[in-house]
Design a protein around this ligand. Structure first.
Ligand code: SF4
Length: 364
């Protein structure tokens, strides 16, 4: 079958149908009317790899804490990470902070209005730049993100891998073709809403306003498009968080830039073999030996608790050991500090670190 997808007539009918559907069925997102570039930027960064439901409370808290780009630039990176704590993918928060500094120091707090210029900011890719430019400045900038990728792939009947360069090229070319000059931000939002609520992984084609525009529907291949990628294999990690106490302080590590929690604080972590637990004397001996290799003699006191946590492609089985310091200073490589237990609430901690901090506060 010859496709008419992308002809002027097709585009006009498609835009009309999308707009009409959006007026009646668009999502009632809390930021629907908010076109301020700063809040659009923060929320779009938060929405990367994170659901709307998870973002809503974080966005509110973030904008309360840092209401303007200047207040964000003036904050410390630790303060920004503390507000971001629990949302994951922490490089996003650090890039926001860096970009805020750039906007204030290099651009005197004035936002560039075009997607091309906005894309120069750290952590801002083509999608985010286009979202800000179209929502905040009415630039007819095209978007491709998870929901629209699915929608466009099906409209085009595209059987290529959408993650490959050739697939990406087709999707962006399609997005450029359909974005209208009038109210492009609203139209982009409508496309995302349509992808999120109708053209879902299991598409609701019977309810779809653009069924007549859809190649995959016509060809009966909606379940095969877009091509699915294999999920990354999950790696199981067994670790012990070592809570080393010394006169009311605990030893905390600032995790490295390359690690799972860049820039966040947590307890020293020791790998355990699967099946090893802190109620086995050999595990405790290994723990003492490992800590000595990092400069600190300890005495094991008790196990604090157990915790399972998923982060990116890892599933961590964590046990926490309550130990007391006997002698020595940390030489394990990362930056370390003795921190009063009461101060832990103010530091940005990894999710397991926060859990362990709560256990510490409970009496033995
Ligand atoms: S007809 Fe089905 S597959 Fe095509 S755009 Fe609509 S919901 Fe998606």
């Amino acid at each position: 079958m010859t496709s008419d997808v992308g002809t002027s007539q097709w585009v006009a009918a498609f835009r009309r149908r999308v707009r009409r559907w959006y007026r009646l069925h668009g999502r009632e997102l809390p930021w629907k009317e908010d076109a301020d570039p700063y809040s659009v930027w923060v929320r779009e960064i938060m929405l990367q790899q994170t659901t709307v439901a998870a973002v809503v409370p974080y966005l509110e808290k973030f904008l309360d804490e840092f209401p303007t780009v200047t207040s964000l630039a003036q904050a410390s990176e630790e303060a920004v990470l503390r507000v971001w704590e629990g949302l994951g993918y922490y490089s996003r928060a650090r890039n926001l902070h860096r970009a805020a500094t750039m906007i204030v120091e290099e651009w005197e707090g004035v936002w560039p209005r075009s997607a091309d210029a906005i894309e120069c900011l750290p952590g801002v890719g083509r999608y985010t730049a286009s979202a800000i430019a179209s929502f905040a400045f009415d630039e007819a900038a095209p978007i491709v993100e998870a929901n629209t990728l699915r929608l466009y792939s099906r409209l085009l009947g595209m059987v290529d891998d959408p993650a490959r360069a050739s697939g990406q090229k087709q999707l962006w070319a399609f997005a450029e073709r359909v974005v209208p000059p009038a109210r492009p931000g609203q139209f982009n939002q409508a496309l995302m809403d349509l992808g999120a609520t109708v053209c879902r992984s299991e598409p609701l084609c019977e309810e779809c306003p653009v069924r007549l525009n859809c190649q995959a529907f016509r060809l009966g291949i909606t379940s095969r498009v877009p091509m699915r990628r294999r999920r990354a294999r999950i790696t199981e990690l067994h670790e012990t968080a070592v809570v080393i106490k010394r006169s009311g302080d605990v030893l905390m590590i600032r995790y490295s830039e390359e690690g799972r929690w860049p820039g966040l604080w947590g307890f020293p972590l020791i790998s355990r073999a699967r099946g090893e637990t802190l109620d086995q004397p050999t595990t405790i001996l290994d723990l003492v030996r490992e800590m000595r290799a990092r400069g600190i003699d300890i005495e094991f006191c008790r196990q604090l608790g157990e915790f399972r946590h998923g982060v990116t492609r890892f599933r961590i089985h964590l046990q926490a050991a309550d130990v007391s310091w006997v002698d020595g200073e940390w030489n394990g490589g990362e930056r370390a500090e003795w921190i009063p237990i009461d101060e832990l609430s103010r530091r940005p901690l990894s999710v397991p670190g926060r859990q362990v901090a709560q256990w510490i506060r409970k009496p033995a």
